[in-house]
Design a protein around this ligand. Structure first.
Ligand code: CS2
Length: 495
């Protein structure tokens, strides 16, 4: 395949491929996005693409905070890339044009800060994953000893972290008398807007108390619930999509038909009319966020650890095992749903039913290994918050405990056949040391991991109603492996 997807070749696309219906040269930048991964490109960038024909002031300049990979792929394509929507029924392709330019932050700090400080930029949005907020996952407060925080406090004009970039850009705007942009976090954190505000305020305060007060009083950080399953793109996806396009696309993104975005409507500098592309604007996102983090992501992580240990490569493969499907249905219906307090118009039953089908989507090869990443940052909001709510009611937590135990078994770095697990986690080294010290004893492993307060907080490690079921589940996983444990667990806890 010789020709590349780009402005010059858009006209060569087959008719079935949807493409931008607006003049990209007329688009101006209104949004700077930090963390230009596959999720952003299959979610927010699509909502923006939908509105640019009516309102061209919201183009995106997207930054990678670390790797140049996305820049290398998209720059020769003028920022264009293909969105593939896949299900058992087939594949639909659409070229997205809302990303005007990609910046590799470490190589172009001033370029990025310049666009962030430009008065035309009214929103800075983020998908930097849980670990990108430099916070303590159990408490949601800034981790003041985080190496990037220490670095950025010493070198405020040359930041490395997402909060460091935001603060330096806000400082420059403030000096120039330009109103702050709205900070829009699109990561799966609990109360994500409030969390990012807390982190930014504390970080600013460490520079200067007056700056801390300015951030607290003047910077709007609406919370959002984002939902779309976007597995990492594979070489097979690249090849298949490029063949259909008749042009090569170095980095298409592949996703499911489902998409949801619930946003708090607090944008003092204005915002795109995203409601026209299906976003829901509400006064309080928290109930939706809880629903999504606990039902979807809690199930996802449980499936990822147990499924990986059982030898299943993808979520769909794991769900094809009936015992795993029953476990997840039971987790959602019996243990998670009673902790949710939803507005009357939200249909949890329909959401749960749709989730089971989404997890089973045979066309999405979502690897259990991918979801298993960064568990230390994910467990608190996905499983442990639910555990706390259940314990407050003295309600059983057997399935939640099995999920936590599976994470413990997984982070030992050795699978059930003695093979190595590539554990990716900012705390991987400590997790590994703890596992090594436990020397194969499930009791010692559980107590070593439970001592990590930044994950389990100060309450759970001392609560036998939590440590008991987790210890029992872990012992079972060691004794008989994940597959048999799940099969027996489903029978044992059947209501
Ligand atoms: C997944 C999420 O990788 C993960 O941890 O649970 O990325 C999940 O696919 C999205 O939150 C779905 O909206």
């Amino acid at each position: 395949m010789s020709k590349r997807l780009g402005e010059a070749t858009l006209a060569d696309l087959p008719d079935a491929v949807v493409r931008p219906r607006y003049d990209r040269r007329a688009v101006t930048t209104g949004i700077v996005h930090l963390g230009v991964g596959a999720f952003h490109r299959a979610h927010q960038a699509v909502y923006v693409d939908d509105v640019l024909a009516q309102d061209p002031h919201w183009g995106i300049v997207a930054a990678s905070l670390r790797s140049p990979d996305t820049y290398d792929a998209l720059e020769p394509q003028n920022g264009l890339y293909t969105l593939s929507i896949r299900s058992g029924e087939g594949e639909a392709l659409r070229v997205i044009g809302s990303i005007q330019r990609v910046i590799v932050a470490p190589q172009a700090v001033d370029d990025l800060l310049g666009v962030m400080a430009d008065p035309r930029t009214r929103i800075v949005s983020l998908t930097v994953t849980e670990k990108g907020y430099c916070h303590d996952p159990a408490t949601g407060t800034l981790n003041e000893t985080h190496p990037d925080v220490v670095h950025d406090l010493r070198n405020p004009h040359q930041p490395r972290s997402a909060p460091g970039f935001i603060l330096e850009a806000l400082r420059r705007r403030r000096m120039a008398g330009i109103a702050p942009f709205t900070v829009l976090t699109c990561d799966n954190l609990p109360s994500n807007g409030r969390t990012v505000k807390r982190v930014l305020t504390r970080f600013a305060e460490l520079f200067d108390p007056a700056f801390g007060r300015f951030v607290a009083d003047e910077v709007s950080c609406p919370s959002t619930m984002v939902d779309r399953i976007v597995p990492a793109t594979t070489d097979e996806d690249r090849q298949r999509i490029s063949e259909t396009l008749g042009l090569s696309d170095a980095w298409p993104v592949v996703t499911e038909p489902f998409t949801q975005w619930v946003v708090e409507d607090r944008f003092p500098q204005g915002r795109p009319a995203w409601e026209k592309s299906g976003a829901q604007f509400v006064a309080d996102v928290e109930p939706y966020e809880h629903m999504k983090l606990r039902l979807l992501n809690g199930s996802h992580s449980t499936l990822a650890y147990l499924g990986y240990l059982a030898g299943y490569e993808t979520v769909a493969d794991t769900m094809a095992d009936g015992a795993f499907e029953r476990l997840i249905a039971g987790l959602m219906n019996e243990e998670v749903t009673p902790t949710l307090h939803m507005p009357a118009d939200a249909d949890i039953t329909a959401y749960r039913r749709a989730l089971i089908e989404r997890f089973k989507n045979p066309a999405l090869r979502h690897r259990t290994w991918q979801i298993a990443m960064d568990g230390s940052q994910k467990l608190p909001q996905r499983l442990l918050g639910t555990v706390r709510d259940r314990l407050r009611e003295n309600a059983p937590i057997d399935r939640l405990a099995l999920g936590v135990a599976a994470w413990m078994r997984y982070v030992t770095g050795v699978d059930e056949r003695g093979g190595v697990i590539d554990v990716r986690d900012p705390m991987a080294a400590r997790l590994r040391e703890t596992a090594d010290r436990a020397g194969g004893s499930p009791e010692r492993l559980a107590s070593g991991l439970l001592a990590m307060r930044e994950i389990f907080g100060d309450d759970l490690p001392g609560d036998p109603r939590f440590t008991g079921p987790v210890g029992a589940a872990l012992a079972r996983l060691y004794a008989q492996g994940a597959k048999r444990t799940v099969a027996e667990w489903v029978e044992a806890v059947r209501p």
